[in-house]
Design a protein around this ligand. Structure first.
Ligand code: B12
Length: 216
């Protein structure tokens, strides 16, 4: 099996073709579901390296956009290996979106794909979504779980406002709220009033399954 960890440094260095070659090698080796998840995490780490280079002033917005393109393509190639839960495997409804002010969506889309592969129906309301948009989606789709995605420090405040409006609208006790993205932390979870936080999409799906077995 090829070295999965090397993908982080290849992506961090924006070596596009080498990232695809490494992903190709992993796919040819007929990986287990766990290996596919590890590969996604290695890509996520690569994006952290890109973020660090941006902070240091070595990369600029163009490099962030290029990294996003490589990441999208890499995940697109891995996606068919995530499998599908098949008809009738409904595990619950999740309303998901990136919170107000935040246009990042790669992590959100990965979480969405993993949820769908586990049989959840996902209503993805998109990026930069105001609290009111989450509440409208809750009114319309009556989800069991709401997922808030955010990678900016400022997003924590948007998450707090979103949870507060869900509470004000009277839906808080009907559903669980989980937050994810690189802004998520224990502190952010407490501050926002969410039930759970994670920076790992697979752990997020595991938690959603736990919530659904408690709710049923
Ligand atoms: C790519 C990127 C961009 C791309 C985004 C493209 C896109 N379509 O998403 C572009 C170029 C548009 C961009 C723009 C900006 N960016 Co940017 N960006 C990044 C970068 C390098 C990678 C983000 C990423 O895709 N990571 C990979 C994914 C897979 O990881 P993830 O998001 O954490 O998701 C995983 C988990 O967290 C989880 N997950 C995600 N969401 C959810 C939700 C739930 C419910 C659950 C359970 C799980 C879950 O699942 C995923 C898989 O495990 C980060 C660096 C970093 N460390 O994240 C900076 C970063 C987030 N950006 C940053 C900044 C500053 C900006 C800009 C302000 C730059 C500018 N000057 O314009 C703008 C902001 C625009 C805005 N208003 O949102 C900063 C944020 C700093 C801060 N603390 O606030 C970072 C951290 C870079 C840095 N280190 O400085 N960016």
């Amino acid at each position: 099996m090829p070295d999965i960890d090397k993908i982080s440094s290849l992506l961090g260095a924006l070596n596009e073709q080498e990232v695809y070659d490494a992903i190709g090698e992993i796919i040819s080796a007929q990986p287990t579901g766990e290996t596919v998840l590890d590969t996604i995490l290695a890509c996520q780490k690569g994006m952290e390296i890109v973020g660090e280079e941006f902070e240091k002033g070595n990369y600029f917005i163009g490099e962030l956009m290029y990294a996003a393109q490589i990441m999208d393509e890499a995940i697109g190639r891995l996606k068919p290996l995530l499998g599908t839960a098949g008809e009738g495997a409904e595990s619950g409804i999740v309303v998901l979106g990136s919170v107000a002010g935040d246009i990042h969506d790669i992590g959100k889309s990965i979480f969405r794909s993993l949820l769908e592969a586990s049989g959840f129906q996902v209503v993805d309301i998109g990026i930069d979504q105001q609290p009111e948009a989450f509440v409208s989606a809750i009114e319309k789709h009556r989800p069991h779980i709401v997922g808030l995605s955010g990678v900016l420090t400022l997003s924590i405040e948007s998450m707090r406002k979103t949870v507060a409006l869900i509470e004000e609208a009277g839906y808080r006790s009907d559903l669980k709220i989980i937050i994810g993205g690189s802004a998520a932390s224990e502190e952010a979870c407490f501050h926002s009033g969410a039930d759970y936080w994670t920076k790992n999409a697979a752990l997020g799906v595991k938690k959603c399954k736990e919530y659904r077995s408690e709710q049923q």
